[in-house]
Design a binder for this molecule. Sequence first.
Ligand code: ADP
Ligand code: MG
Ligand code: MG
Length: 239
Amino acid sequence: TSLVECREICKSFSGVEVLKGVNLSLDKGDVLAIIGGNGAGKSTLMKIIMGMYSKDKGELIIEGNTVDVMNPSKALKNGIYLVPQEPLLFPNMTVEENIFIGLPGNKGENLQFLKNTLDFLDWDIDLDRQAMTLSIAEQQLVEILKGLVRKSKVLILDEPTSSLTYNEVSSLFKLINKLREDGIGIVYITHRLTEVFEIANKIVILRDGRVTLEGSVSEFTEADLIKGLLPENVEISKY
Ligand code: ADP
Ligand code: MG
Ligand code: MG
């Protein structure tokens, strides 16, 4: 069974249809790239999966179970974690405090799980550092760790490379590949076509709330993706 499946999801805001029957499925170990221009409906779709918006129509299925009403805490309990585009850490708290904030359970066990995760990811970060001293890439890692210690199975990354340097992007991709080895599913929202070929195995292109292209990344060329992004009657050669 898929980690997350969307079937014919529709959503309108004040009578304007923003999602017009969107389908997608994310399996264990998938990196599913979602691309689309501004206003295509990417964030709206993610917010529906996260339970921040309600859907008007369609089905949201998490690990085989249809979820009628999603909300953010239910999404978290169901293993879905959104890594925000702008990290939202508490600057005066340490890395460790930020990671464990609001997390129930045994402190020692949680810390051991975090240390094992850091080992597995081959990452070294000083847990006692103040969050305000971290680079954007390190803040992003802390956000990802927040999801992992909550035993999330699905991470949604919203344009994760937009503020990263070239080397930081390579480190992030290494980390993503480790996570997929471990069976985590990743939804990867991006504007950058080259990244799709570098990191994703599946793709969904949204245009005006509809899926214009979807499938296995290996089936497509960059020209196919551009075609999916552009309105029907536009010639690629003009761009
Ligand atoms: P993307 O993330 O692909 O850029 P969005 O999902 O943010 O696109 O937006 C898709 C459309 O839905 C846009 O036209 C946007 O204005 C509209 N929209 C998104 N959220 C709301 C909202 N809360 N209220 C009204 N309109 C919204
Ligand atoms: Mg955007
Ligand atoms: Mg968006």
